[in-house]
Design a protein around this ligand. Structure first.
Ligand code: NAD
Length: 358
């Protein structure tokens, strides 16, 4: 029987509640598909500050590196708001991504059929369903480029620099093409090649890499046009690949089309199989400890983990189907609508498990 090692970074706020439900689901799907999981807990964020004085202890990095995948709840909360910038819970998040060499951020924007009415877009624009994957470069570009302050024309000014190496574009492009191969075999590369030299290099390089993936249909959009197309006709997209800054903005736009923050999963990947999987929402301190958080974003992050780190595609499909079924009848308070049954965080986890059982 195949055995995998998963490190759990439950974090703060609702983190422990939602990760516990995701673990229930992972155990259930493992039993069904005959593989086993060994878990290791480690501290990250506020809890790590409380226990060790720093948001990312060395021991956490070592445990994550020794595992097949990492599942993260969320970090942060009012308790740690007065910590200095480099010792805030969020610094642990950036630190772990850096330490694991995670340069690709994957954000699916999915509308489950039963939740169509939660989308701010009209039903005819969404159609039957929507399923977009935004692949964002995470460790390069303007967020990491040369920056500074200087005088321009005798007045104070500031600058930031967008720079990408060919190697950086090649590796993110390959991730995106591989994702497209696992999905609808369509890739849209987003840049601003009509204005920016770095975008022209981006486009040339993506075209070069596309020769390695002849089955994938590649097209290019300028970022301003892509922002419009996402709300005008989101169904045209399968996988989108883009730079750090454009991806930051477009992935938020795409995910809001789904309308429910408690439903959105994400993955961060590096060169190898090891990945970090987490919901996109934060630690929701306003509802922590009440048992009402929606665990589905974390459960769907487990589906991504099965697909991208553990090569258990059928188990991943099973989880997504089970979530879709459960949503037809049951909802946590954040996505509740008349005619459905309101359930707690733990009940939602149990319902997904029961659905997997069949
Ligand atoms: P948030 O995402 O935690 O919460 C925003 C709103 O959405 C809140 O009303 C919350 O109750 C609700 N919400 C979020 N997740 C939910 C879920 N699963 N089920 C039901 N409702 C949910 O964002 P925030 O309030 O701006 O930030 C709270 C803390 O989380 C801050 O300390 C922030 O720095 C941190 N944060 C962490 C991450 C992360 O760990 N990746 C991401 C964003 C924010």
């Amino acid at each position: 029987m195949k055995e995998y090692k998963i490190t759990l970074l439950k974090g703060d706020g609702i983190g422990p509640e939602i990760v516990n439900e995701a673990v229930k689901v992972l155990d259930k799907v493992a039993e069904k598909h005959q593989f086993s999981i060994q878990y290791e807990d480690a501290y990250l964020g506020g809890i790590a500050i409380d226990k060790t004085g720093v948001p990312l202890p060395e021991e956490t990095v070592a445990k994550c590196k020794a595992s097949d995948a990492v599942l993260l709840g969320a970090v942060g909360g009012p308790k740690w708001e007065n910590q200095p910038g480099n010792n805030r819970p969020e610094a642990g998040l950036l630190g772990i991504r850096g330490a694991l060499g995670l340069f690709a951020n994957l954000r699916p924007a999915v509308i489950f059929e039963p939740l169509r009415e939660a989308s701010p877009l009209k039903a005819e624009i969404i159609g039957e369903a929507m399923d977009i994957l935004v692949v964002r470069e995470l460790t390069g570009g303007i967020y990491f480029g040369e920056r500074g302050r200087k005088e321009k024309d005798g007045v104070p000014a500031a600058y930031d620099t967008e720079m990408y190496t060919v190697a950086e574009v090649e590796r993110i492009a390959r991730v995106a093409f591989r994702m497209a191969m696992k999905r609808g075999k369509k890739l849209c590369s987003v840049d601003k090649a009509n204005v920016l030299e770095s975008s022209r290099l981006w486009r040339e390089t993506v075209i070069k890499v596309s020769k390695e993936f002849p089955e994938v249909e590649l097209n290019h959009l300028y970022v301003d046009n892509c922002a419009m197309q996402l709300v005008r006709n989101p169904k045209q997209f399968d996988v989108i690949v883009t730079s750090n800054i454009f991806g930051d903005i477009l992935s938020d736009e795409a995910s809001m089309i789904s309308g429910s923050i408690g439903m959105l999963a994400s993955a961060s990947l590096g060169e190898g199989k090891l990945g970090l999987y987490e919901p996109i929402h934060g630690s929701a301190p306003d509802i922590a400890g009440q048992g009402i958080a929606n665990p589905l974003a974390t459960i769907l992050s487990v589906a991504m983990m099965l697909r991208y780190s553990l090569d258990q595609d059928e188990a991943a499909d099973d989880i997504e189907k089970a979530v879709n079924e459960v949503l037809k009848t049951y909802r946590t308070p954040d996505i509740y609508t008349d005619g459905t049954k309101k359930v707690s965080c733990a009940e939602m986890g149990d319902l997904v498990c029961a659905q997997l059982q069949g």
